[in-house]
Design a protein around this ligand. Structure first.
Ligand SMILES: C[S@@+](CC[C@H](N)C(=O)[O-])C[C@H]1O[C@@H](n2cnc3c(N)ncnc32)[C@H](O)[C@@H]1O
Length: 336
């Protein structure tokens, strides 16, 4: 039985709730890859900082130099607010465009595909919980169960979570103002990416927006490294970082679209990880160079990740023609 707070969401198939998560996943009609992928992510839960807290109590001397380097790199990545800002601003645009409801304030319905245990977009949705109806969908139940706890603790009982394959029959067409996916679309092969784009178009309202952050396979060095390490990686079957053709196909499925490239030369800052200050300074300098390079098509092959923003056609020719939501300048420049 679905909790009354989440009755705003109509599902196309009957679902029972398990600990607050609507269960739709049907293994009998699923591909082997999805069943394996579900099992792979099933055990992953956000541990509410328990692991970090335990690590902090360990004397630093016990840490190997490799651990220390890795912690520096991770903390540098955590300091990088570009993804969080991009999605927060995108959601602000979606909220600003929505017509005001009876209360005088706009309310929007958004869906996050492959939400896992939560992302920077989930946090932006939580920050606007009084104006957002959120549904997160993922193959794996474990991460959804921890996200359910987070929502309930944060006063977002009306946020819904669904355990299912995004491409299965689950939501009414035209029911969302925005669709988000972070590090999820590259889990679909080329045909799957086409179906992902088609379903995104179908689920969005006219003029609805989508935003994505995805891994790219357009850097020849990285593509070679990936190919070389393929045999040792368990999750290969569902890792399909975007090729140039796939980027063009995906964006071309929408009348409005934009791509911003990031993580290019900046990745080489890792070589300065032996010194925290040097790591930061190198990363800043390389990022500034990235920002310039990303403006030129020729140099885009340096980049390893991208933000995509798309928009469906407005309802009528006279409807809004505002450009696709962009975090900063709104031009096709990359954040670097
Ligand atoms: C790399 S993880 C990213 C998780 C989260 N978005 C993040 O950024 O931390 C990819 C997620 O996509 C989910 N996923 C992959 N294919 C899916 C599908 N067909 N339907 C729903 N979720 C899917 C996986 O279960 C996994 O949780």
């Amino acid at each position: 039985m679905i909790h009354p707070d989440r009755a705003w969401l109509t599902l196309l198939r009957p679902a029972a709730e398990q600990d607050g998560v609507a269960m739709l996943f049907d293994a009998t009609s699923q591909t082997d890859i999805n069943v394996r992928q579900k099992a792979f992510y099933e055990g992953m839960r956000r541990d509410d900082g328990a692991a970090e807290a335990a690590a902090a109590t360990q004397p630093v001397a016990q840490e190997s130099w490799l651990n220390r380097l890795w912690r520096r790199v991770r903390s540098l990545k955590a300091e990088d607010r570009r993804q969080a800002d991009y999605f927060a601003r995108h959601l602000e645009t979606v909220l600003a465009e929505a017509p005001a409801g009876a209360s005088g304030r706009a309310r929007v319905r958004i869906i996050e595909v492959g939400c896992g245990a939560g992302t920077v977009l989930t946090e932006a949705a939580l920050a606007n919980r009084d104006r957002v109806d959120y549904v997160g969908i993922d193959l794996a139940l474990g991460p959804l169960l921890s996200l359910r706890k987070r929502f309930d603790a944060a006063g977002a009982g009306h946020f819904a979570l669904v355990c299912d394959d995004f491409l299965a029959e689950n939501f009414e067409p035209g029911s969302f103002d925005a669709l988000y996916a972070l590090a999820c679309v590259h889990h679909f092969d080329r045909a799957g990416k086409r179906r992902f784009a088609d379903k995104t178009r179908a689920l969005l309202k006219p003029g609805g927006r989508g935003a994505f952050v995805e891994a790219l396979n357009i850097n020849p060095l990285l593509a070679a490294a990936r190919a070389a390490t393929r045999p040792g990686r368990p999750n290969l079957a569902w890792e399909h970082p975007f090729s140039m053709t796939e980027i063009e196909e995906f964006l071309g499925a929408f009348p409005e679209s934009e791509a911003r490239y990031f993580e290019g030369l900046r990745n080489f800052a890792l070589f300065a990880a032996f010194h925290p200050g040097l790591l930061r300074a190198t990363a800043r300098a390389l990022q500034a160079i990235d920002e310039r390079l990303a403006r030129h098509r020729l140099f885009r092959r340096l980049f390893t990740a991208a933000f995509f923003a798309v928009r469906t056609a407005p309802a009528s020719p006279g409807a809004s023609t505002a450009p696709t939501a962009a975090p900063a300048s709104g031009a096709a420049a990359a954040p670097g």
